[in-house]
Unconditional design. Structure first.
Length: 597
């Protein structure tokens, strides 16, 4: 390259200063650790060092990767020249010039030879720094950053070969930074080593966010493009309480966050004293706090924090963590483990709540244009009857081990409810014919997650034993906001008066019919909404295990009478911003006067 080019400037550049990124907090907690970068190509480049004795071998490997990459570029150049001519082939000629630039090659070799960097890390660290220099210049030159990234990916592909790692293979503490994580990838994170994760995409209430909260992994999503600003192994602070990710934090910031982590541990220890106490308000009203779980081992976490049972057992993990469809025995083993741990406390098992976009079947191979409004949840179960029957058989068998209840998700018409109950009745008859024991009086509930379900709840309520308000989807469908889309994430708001009015109507109908109503969405796990929900008439909350102590503390420090006043005021407000400011102020007042738990 020409002297004085942007690559020359990058070669002498310094590490970037501390950078704060604001995203969306989806799972609370603060963690400090090393970055593990997972980009859209699937490369994970941690900061690793090679032994002095292995430097020559690693330099040979780097040299081979450069040669293989050059050969690939030359083949592409020749193919494009034959197809489109010299003008287009010049793109690859420029790639070759970049790859063979003496200054770049010298820096890569020096990083391995003098600093003992793993070649993969040397490539990623060096080329991403070059790319950032290009991006900081005018628009025409900035476009060349894409060429740098292309070269980086080619080099990494040739370096890694068959040595690519998977998320499941992580063996040291890291904070995962990714373009996006699917629910299945999140479900497979090893909690022993993954301290937290942050993604460029995503929004509140997404399945990925829900899984993260269930795993008790601090998480921030919807940060926008940032992976170009970080290399594997660099220090990162992830603040899942404020939705912040801090790259290259200085010592003062690290010290401040370490103090925050210690303070959180002290508060958690104080809240632990509430474990065996009931969630009873100051005026003597008993509130039932149950746990939301994703995986069987979370039942112990809920029990150790003083739950009244499991209010939502999401069963999707059986499908997300396996490459094959789970068998009846797979289902039964998972359910039986939780029921036995709960030792008589209620366990509400929700049937499959995935979409055809996530769970591929032979009859639904094509991509859905709008999976949020497509074949998902109870609709999918009713379409895939053998799969549905397998799950119901396991639930019914587990019902002989304790207080088991079944919950049907996303029921929006009375026909869907009756069809689901017919399938359940048919499975009961089949089990009876084969002499397999089950609870014939198994309580049946529905998730109320759409405005349609709320408006028809006076009809539904006559045919169910309980209801559970799924506020994540209810907010999404009420406000027409894709909860996984960061572009409209600011419109996804539990404080919206339309949502509050739908909740009030649902609680009023359930109360009049004497049918228990629960809230199991993320709204129930946030102490900002606890007083509001109690004031609206809620007496059952199902929350993540980590939220049980704090929600219980709020219940024990307020009266239903004052909560009703808060709810009445909130219902008179016209906008979500006004409601949120009011609830935030009420929470501050309560914290100021609560003292120690």
């Amino acid at each position: 390259m020409d002297d004085g080019s942007p690559v020359d400037a990058a070669a002498g550049g310094r590490d970037a200063p501390m950078l704060k990124l604001q995203g969306i907090a989806v799972s609370p907690g603060v963690t400090i650790g090393e970055a593990l970068v997972l980009d859209s190509e699937g490369f994970r480049i941690p900061r690793r060092f090679v032994a002095r004795s292995a430097v020559d071998t690693e330099l040979e490997r780097l040299s081979r990767a450069v040669a293989d990459t050059a050969a690939e570029i030359e083949r592409n150049r020749d193919a494009i020249r034959a197809e489109l001519g010299d003008q287009y082939a010049a793109i690859f000629a420029a790639h070759l010039a970049m790859l063979h630039d003496p200054r770049l090659q010298e820096e890569l070799v020096s990083a391995v030879r003098d600093r003992n960097f793993w070649p993969e890390y040397a490539v990623s660290r060096t080329l991403r720094r070059y790319a950032k220099v290009f991006q900081s210049l005018d628009n025409h030159v900035a476009q060349r950053a894409h060429d740098i990234y292309d070269i980086e990916k080619s080099l990494l592909r040739n370096l890694l070969g068959q040595r690519r790692e998977t998320l499941a293979a992580i063996s040291q503490p890291v904070i995962v930074l990714a373009h996006n994580l699917t629910p299945s990838e999140t479900a497979n994170l090893d909690r022993r080593y993954v301290q937290g994760f942050a993604t460029e995409l995503g929004g509140p209430g997404s399945h990925t966010a829900i899984v993260a909260e269930g795993l008790e992994i601090p998480a921030v999503v919807g940060l926008g493009p940032f992976l170009a600003d970080v290399s594997g192994g660099e220090p990162v602070i992830l603040d899942g309480n404020q939705g912040l990710v801090i790259l290259q934090p200085d010592e003062e910031t690290i010290a401040r966050y370490r103090l925050e982590v210690e303070t959180a541990r002290t508060v958690a220890a104080k809240l632990d004293t509430l474990r065996d106490l009931p969630a009873e308000t100051l005026d003597g009203v008993r509130i039932h706090i149950t746990g939301n779980i994703e995986f069987p081992n979370e039942a112990e976490h809920c029990l150790s924090r003083g739950c009244d049972g499991i209010g939502l057992y999401r069963t999707e993990f059986l499908y997300l963590t396996s490459r094959r469809e789970p068998t009846e025995e797979d289902h039964y083993a998972a359910y039986a483990e939780v029921v036995r741990v709960m030792a008589g406390k209620p366990v509400v098992i929700r049937t499959l709540d995935l979409g055809a976009d996530t769970l591929r079947t032979e009859s639904t191979p094509e991509e859905e244009r709008n999976p949020c409004l497509g074949l998902r949840s109870i609709r999918l179960s009713l379409r895939q009857l053998p799969m549905f029957r397998t799950q119901l058989r396991a639930i019914l068998r587990a019902s002989m081990l304790g207080d088991v209840r079944v919950l049907f998700p996303l029921v929006s018409t009375i026909v869907e409810l009756r069809q689901a109950r017919m399938v359940l009745a048919d499975v009961m008859e089949d089990l009876a014919e084969h002499g397999i024991a089950f609870n014939r009086d198994l309580p049946v509930g529905i998730m109320v997650e759409t405005p349609a379900a709320v408006m028809m709840l006076d009809v539904f309520i006559r045919e169910v034993d309980f209801i559970s308000m799924g506020t994540n989807d209810l907010i999404q469908y009420t406000l027409a906001v894709d909860r996984g889309n960061k572009e409209v994430a600011d419109l996804y708001n539990a404080c919206d008066p339309a949502v509050l009015r739908l909740l009030q109507r649902s609680f009023d109908i359930a109360s009049a019919a004497g049918v228990p109503a629960n809230v199991c969405g993320q709204m129930s796990g946030s102490v900002m909404y606890t007083q509001l929900l109690l004031g609206l008439g809620l007496r059952h909350l199902s929350v993540p295990a980590s939220a049980i102590p704090e929600v219980k503390q709020v219940c024990r420090s307020v009266s239903v009478a004052e909560c009703r006043g808060i709810a009445e005021r909130a219902l008179q407000m016209e906008g979500a911003r006004e409601v949120k400011a009011f609830l935030t102020d009420q929470m501050r007042r309560r914290l100021a006067g609560a003292g120690a738990p």
